[in-house]
Design a protein around this ligand. Structure first.
Ligand code: GUN
Length: 281
């Protein structure tokens, strides 16, 4: 039976540490504010944004949510971002993705002041991450590294295989694993003999977006398995990209979904909000 890596518990521990830091800032007269921009009424985005607001409130960060209608034009959204860039009372800016199809996501992300980019999606921050300069790190991959660290799982020298190559998870995950001295393989929908590749992994990270895709035959005996997915199964129940029941019998450690990576993503956003104050000093 695998050790369960409890993302909720690790997040709670980090949030207590952050709460104290926020209180210290307050004593120095510094208030931290996150602006969240949501366009349209995607139900999943609404849940994510609410979770982010709640987490901010819990540690004492102010959050300001701007909910814009789905008809908002690219120009209008760019103007909103520009205003937030110039607003000295706003430390962090987050534009919730996905955006409606008529808006160019990359154009919007590029418009955010890189010193307020608490998602770590701006090309300047992506570049800094790649060359190892201090920057905002994307929340989900950074949360996974922190989770492994706090679970005393060594990364150095390990074979790490990532399934998925998105800009938000797969690609930055590979860079952060490389920075921790893992040997890294990124796989994706066109990878041949996927099972043969994943079965070599000491650390397997699944970010595919397909319910229970990773079954026991994808996993090496004793591997550490990290599940980034959040899907609904045939019964409409929340589940990850990993078939937990099968894989937990084979893995040495595994994250549940929900209750694994998800809470860590929100917590790393809070870490980045605190970091924004440092970067803007
Ligand atoms: N949509 C799904 N994940 C994320 C995230 O980490 N940040 C933003 N801004 N949008 C998302």
């Amino acid at each position: 039976m695998a050790k369960i890596i409890d993302g909720k518990a690790i997040s709670a521990e980090i949030k207590e540490e952050l709460k104290q830091k926020v209180a210290q800032y307050k004593n120095q007269g510094i208030d931290i504010t996150l602006a969240v921009v949501k366009v349209g009424d995607d139900p999943a985005s609404a849940v994510y944004v609410r979770n982010k607001e709640k987490a901010c409130a819990y540690i004492g960060i102010q959050s300001r949510t701007l909910s814009l209608p789905k008809e908002t034009t690219e120009e209008e959204l760019l103007a909103v971002v520009q205003k937030l860039n110039e607003d000295k009372t706003v430390n962090g800016i987050l534009v919730q993705l996905p955006l409606p199809e008529h808006i160019d996501e990359n154009k919007i992300l590029l418009a955010i002041d890189s010193k307020k980019d608490v998602d770590g999606f701006h090309p300047v921050n992506v570049g800094k991450m790649v060359i190892g300069e201090p920057s905002f790190l994307p929340c989900t991959p950074a949360g996974i590294i922190e989770m492994l660290r706090r679970s005393n799982i060594d990364i150095e020298g390990k074979e790490c295989v990532i399934i998925g190559r998105s800009n938000i998870v797969g690609k930055p995950m590979a860079i952060l694993m490389l920075r921790e001295n893992a040997t890294v393989t990124i796989t994706h929908s066109r990878t041949k003999n996927l099972k043969n590749v994943t079965a070599k992994a000491d650390i397997l990270i699944a970010a595919i977006g397909k319910a229970k895709f990773v079954t026991a035959d994808y996993v090496k005996e004793g591997a550490v398995v990290i599940d980034v997915g959040m899907n609904r199964d045939a019964e409409g129940k929340l589940c990850g990209d990993v078939d937990f029941e099968q894989v937990e019998k084979k893995a040495s450690a595994i994250t549940p979904a929900p209750g694994g990576v998800g809470p860590m993503t929100v917590t790393m956003l809070l870490v980045n909000c605190l970091r924004s104050v440092e970067l803007q000093k």
